[in-house]
Design a protein around this ligand. Structure first.
Ligand code: CP
Length: 302
């Protein structure tokens, strides 16, 4: 695997290998893990904001012994008109061999992957509303570690499905792993066309859809991707879709609650649920480092 652009590019075996590698790294003390990227130089290029993804890729690269350079587009020659490709080509000429890219431009990670030299890798760290495959990997890892094989699970994804790259990547990975019951719950304006999620069940009602699920994944409202006509009335959204303690009581006591972050607290999810015993939100964050260590190792051939 030279690049990591979409979970849809992987076979089931490749995805399971990545999950196995990530899980092994999550349970092995760092001091006992080999620095497989010693001498390799990695750059992150984030054209959209990030806390979790950018920092966990940086930690992952450093834990593996790589040199890591974070390019801040606002302080780079990007502001003087340099194209993304010229920036990548320039850094490639300096010896950078892995590029971790976040962008609002659909298709950019794959275009870069097609242009870089052989031996140079492009890793998609979030692409418009298209894909967020490293988030998908850490979400699948969290589900698999806590609930077992996905082919036996029922999973509800709630909220702004239409603009969510997190939902798309999770769905792609869950389908590869044989999941048979994914329910997408959203107001009509944010529901998706069935052809994009052909095996999912679509609904605009939270109850009863969450009553018998193993996992509820609340999504962030993607304000930066909404047209002015799509901005929701927050009170209406909260009243129908917010994951609150009262609503969670309608599900099983062992139903787990996920959110990719960053959260709009008390809109998508209440404080009590986000910080409560059924929440695994910070466990998802923790999984981000070993999941990204597995990705960086895999694209370098380890
Ligand atoms: N989940 C996620 O992508 O978070 P960041 O935007 O903080 O990286």
């Amino acid at each position: 695997m030279q690049h990591f652009v979409s979970l849809q590019d992987l076979t089931r075996q490749e995805l399971e290998n990545l999950l196995d590698a990530a899980e092994q790294r999550s349970t092995t003390p760092l001091a006992q893990q080999s620095a497989t990227l010693q001498g390799i130089s990695i750059a992150s290029l984030f054209y959209e904001p990030s806390t979790r993804t950018r920092v966990s890729f940086e930690l992952a690269a450093k834990h593996l012994g790589a040199h890591f350079v974070d390019i801040n587009p606002a302080l780079s020659s990007n502001v003087k008109g340099e194209t993304v490709w010229d920036t990548v080509a320039t850094l490639q000429a300096m010896g950078i061999s892995q590029f971790i890219v976040r962008t609002a431009q659909a298709g950019l990670p794959r275009q870069l992957a097609q242009k870089v030299a052989s031996g140079v890798s492009v890793i998609n760290a979030g692409e418009a509303d298209i894909a967020h495959p490293s988030q998908g990997l850490l979400d699948l890892m969290t589900v698999r570690q806590l609930k077992g094989d996905l082919d036996k699970l029922s999973i509800a994804i709630v909220g702004d499905i239409a603009h969510s790259r997190v939902a798309r990547s999770f769905y792609a990975g869950a389908m590869l792993l044989g999941c048979k019951d994914i329910r997408l719950i959203a107001p009509d304006a944010w529901q998706v066309s069935p052809e994009h999620f052909p095996s999912a069940t679509l609904s605009d009602s939270l109850i009863p859809a969450i009553e018998d699920v193993d996992i509820i994944m609340a999504l962030r409202i993607q304000r930066e991707r909404l047209d002015s006509g799509e901005i929701p009335d927050i009170e209406t959204y909260r009243a129908r879709y917010s994951i609150t303690e009262e609503r969670l009581q309608r599900a099983h006591p062992d139903t787990l609650v996920m959110h990719p972050g960053p959260m709009n607290r008390n809109v998508e999810i209440s404080d009590a649920v986000a910080d409560g015993p059924q929440s695994v939100i910070f466990r998802q964050v923790r999984a981000g480092v070993p999941a990204r260590m597995a990705i960086l190792s895999a694209v370098s051939g380890h």
